[in-house]
Design a protein around this ligand. Structure first.
Ligand code: HEM
Length: 67
């Protein structure tokens, strides 16, 4: 979802990225490779590496719930 909550997919709901404990580098890894077993697709070759980095930073700054 635009605010970082997971949307519905065939297997259930995607992760709530507002509260992810992953680091920026780990978010890059998940977006690049997906979580195929959970229904998340790989974005490798769909979004270039630079933009995946920008998305990961966005998740960890703008999307992240502030304490
Ligand atoms: C069709 C679109 C997508 C689907 C169906 C989907 C689905 C999912 C699901 C089910 C999980 C949980 C995996 C698990 O429990 O291990 C997940 C995790 C994750 N997704 Fe997606 N996702 C999608 C798109 C995206 C996009 C566009 C991003 C980019 C920000 C993203 C970033 C992440 C991250 C970072 C995690 C790991 C969260 C954590 O472990 O804390 N996903 N996704």
């Amino acid at each position: 979802m635009p605010d970082g909550r997971g949307g519905q997919n065939e297997g259930g709901y995607g992760a709530d990225l507002r509260v992810t404990k992953l680091t920026v580098d780990e978010v890059v890894g998940v977006v690049t490779n997906g979580r195929q077993s959970k229904g998340m697709p790989s974005f490798k070759g769909i979004i270039d590496d630079e933009k995946i980095g920008l998305v990961a930073n966005y998740v960890k700054t703008v999307i992240k719930l502030k304490e």
